[in-house]
Ligand binder design. Structure first.
Ligand code: CO
Length: 633
């Protein structure tokens, strides 16, 4: 029985319980009864509308609400609605003003119609014919358009499309980009607005068929199986989304925009984080060529990528004593769609936790670290992203993002791309993620200190010049709290509770360790810098507002820019000792390698949150020695 099936009545649901199929049905019925869901109207977004934090923490009975963004395919009009499944009513509805608000995300229906629109256009067909390419062999996807100097695009629902040649049914088209050609498409009129046709380039011919045994070569035969066994079963329990493991206690959630969400994360009954998610991500490309300068994909806000979450397979995606959880999303028609095995949970041995062999006492102690892994994987177009939250026995929280799949290709490797196969380019790009961390370190009132190492000049008090100290700067307002990482000074951010102290009199805290990799590399004056302003800083701190959820704003697709974080911090609210949200930008700057072709070995990025004075001593002293068939002690 799945989680969704076990709970048929929403009346008994925890305010943060995962969406059930019955709730998706109710929302659709309510929107239909209200006359909002008519023949040409499709869902462009659907997610639980969580109650404000104060109501959840107070243990109030909360209304179950869902947000649905509706798009009329025939007219291009769209509405942002909130529905209560408890009262079976539309709580709010607002028609979007696309030139100001942006457009709803790109939906499945539009993926399905893009090739038909292109194949009805004489300009597109002519450009293919000129290249000697059969239109039926060309695959295309609706790529988010961004906002550029095209006044005629304002307020219209636009995507841009490249063609990729597919030589047979099993052939991966990404290997055969038809470069020098891009179509600008109006999705409402279903017409091509404009064809940009540069001089034809040869279409790269090398196979990208990494799943073809001929391409793979004979299998490596020296690898013996690895099996993970837990003879006494797993050590965690999950009950209607409520997870308990060791001293950890939390809830899991899922929505199509952020994917996995963690809620009310606590250790030893002490709260640490009320809600943690990846609230946005963007993949900006570096190639300024006339056909591709506009390539920037917000996989959360423009594509709702977690609606494509993979159904994971035991033994392939996940190894060990696994607990899978199904999730329910809504399809374009508002029907529930269950993604089985979407969330994977298991324990992992993680090497040595602590150890000492003492020269004086003869003491010889070792404890093994382990972590609870909560993860999901989602493909979006050519790429695949994995999001792995790790909780460790010593109170550490980590997010690891995995990027794999197929790099985006071009047929013109040049200054801004790597030639990864003969004639095949992979333009440079970044993957920039925005974690939204609604911190509640031992309570709701928190503050952030920037802490870094500072050299001390040789002189009085430092006669031999060996000194270095810790420089602590409190970030007191939103305007102070827009910070860059600096690996050279070991810069970290301590999220402290100024009202709670440990036994040593220090404010309890958790420290955010950034990787210190680059934020957005595009020019400050670029369109993407304004539309993805969150990605220009490694850290933002804002005052909590339940309406402030998505780093680049609610409607990212064709958003003119300035939405989300840059808009909210205009108020310059105090963040010292307030109910605050920490936003962390992290990611990969990807100069593709030949080894990334034809399928990319996983690349990693993420961040770590470690207790810093949250405990009075090592909180993992009580971890018992390992009892194992393989450990003789
Ligand atoms: Co990449």
């Amino acid at each position: 029985m799945t989680l969704a099936e076990s709970r048929t009545s929403s009346a008994t649901a925890h305010p943060l319980a995962m969406t059930s199929a019955a709730e998706v049905d109710t929302v659709r019925e309510v929107l239909t009864e209200a006359g909002l869901l008519t023949e040409h109207v499709r869902y462009a977004f659907f997610a639980p509308e969580e109650p404000p934090k104060s109501e959840v923490l107070a243990g109030d009975e909360c209304d179950r609400r869902f947000r649905a963004v509706l798009l009329d395919l025939a007219t291009g009009r769209s509405w942002d609605t909130v529905v209560s499944t408890q009262t079976r009513s539309v709580v709010s509805q607002r028609e979007l003003d696309p030139p100001r608000d942006g457009q709803p995300p790109i939906i499945d229906t539009e993926f399905e119609m893009i090739e038909d629109i292109l194949n009805a256009d004489a300009g597109w067909l002519g450009a293919l014919r000129e290249r000697g390419i059969e239109p039926a062999s060309v695959r295309a996807v609706p790529l988010s358009a961004g906002v550029y100097d095209y006044p005629d695009e304002v307020g219209r629902r636009i995507v841009r499309a490249f063609g990729f040649r597919q030589d047979h049914e099993r052939d991966h088209p990404w290997a055969h980009p038809i470069d020098g050609l891009v179509a600008y498409v109006d999705l409402t009129r279903r017409t091509v607005d404009r064809i940009v046709d540069e001089a034809p380039h040869p279409v790269p011919a090398t196979s990208g068929n990494f799943d073809d045994p001929q391409v793979q070569g004979p299998p490596l035969d020296s690898l013996k199986p690895i099996e993970i066994t837990q003879p006494h079963g797993r050590s965690f329990t999950v009950e209607d989304g409520h997870v308990r493991w060791g001293k950890w206690d939390l809830r899991i959630g899922f929505n199509e925009r952020e994917g996995l969400t963690l809620h009310q994360i606590a250790f030893d009954d002490r709260p640490i984080c009320y809600r943690a998610s990846v609230a946005e991500m963007v993949v900006p490309y570096a190639d300024p060529a006339p056909v591709r300068f506009w390539q920037n994909y917000f996989d959360c806000g423009e594509y709702m990528f977690a609606r494509y979450a993979d159904s994971l397979q035991l033994g392939c995606d996940c190894l060990g004593d696994i607990l899978y959880t199904d999730v329910v999303v809504a399809d374009d028609l508002g029907n529930p769609r269950t993604i089985s095995n979407a969330i994977c949970m298991h324990e992992e041995d993680y090497g040595v936790l602590w150890k000492h062999t003492d020269m004086f006492t003869g003491s010889r102690e070792t404890r093994r670290q382990r972590r609870l892994v909560i993860s999901f994987f989602t493909p979006i177009g050519n790429y695949d992203y994995g999001f792995y939250w790790y909780l460790y026995l010593d109170g550490t929280i980590e997010l690891e993002c995995k990027a794999t799949g197929i790099v985006f290709t071009s047929g013109t490797p040049g200054e801004y791309a790597t030639e990864i196969a003969p004639g095949l380019g992979a333009p440079f790009h970044q993957h920039l993620f925005s974690a939204r961390l609604d911190m509640t370190v031992d309570g709701e009132r928190n503050a952030v200190d920037e802490v870094e190492a500072a050299r001390v000049p040789m002189g009085e008090g430092n006669p031999y010049g060996n000194a270095f100290r810790r420089k602590v700067t409190r970030l007191s307002r939103e305007s102070d709290a827009q910070r860059d990482a600096d690996a050279a000074s070991a810069r970290v951010w301590h999220i402290v509770n100024p009202e709670k102290h440990n036994a040593l009199g220090q404010p309890v805290g958790y420290v955010l360790h950034p990787t210190g990799q680059p934020t957005l590399l595009a020019d400050d004056a670029s369109s993407i810098a304004s539309r993805a302003a969150f990605s220009t800083k490694a850290l933002w701190v804002t005052a909590y507002d339940p309406a402030e959820r998505y780093s680049a704003g609610d409607f990212v697709n064709q958003n003119p820019g300035g939405a989300g974080l840059p808009a909210w911090v205009q108020a310059d609210r105090p963040v010292d000792g307030e109910d605050i949200v920490v936003w962390h930008t992290f990611g990969l700057t990807h100069f593709p390698r030949p080894e990334d072709w034809p399928v990319m070995p996983v690349d990693y990025t993420g961040f770590v949150l470690k207790p810093a004075g949250f405990f009075d001593r090592n909180p993992a002293l009580d971890v018992p020695p390992t009892v194992s068939d393989h450990c003789s002690s």
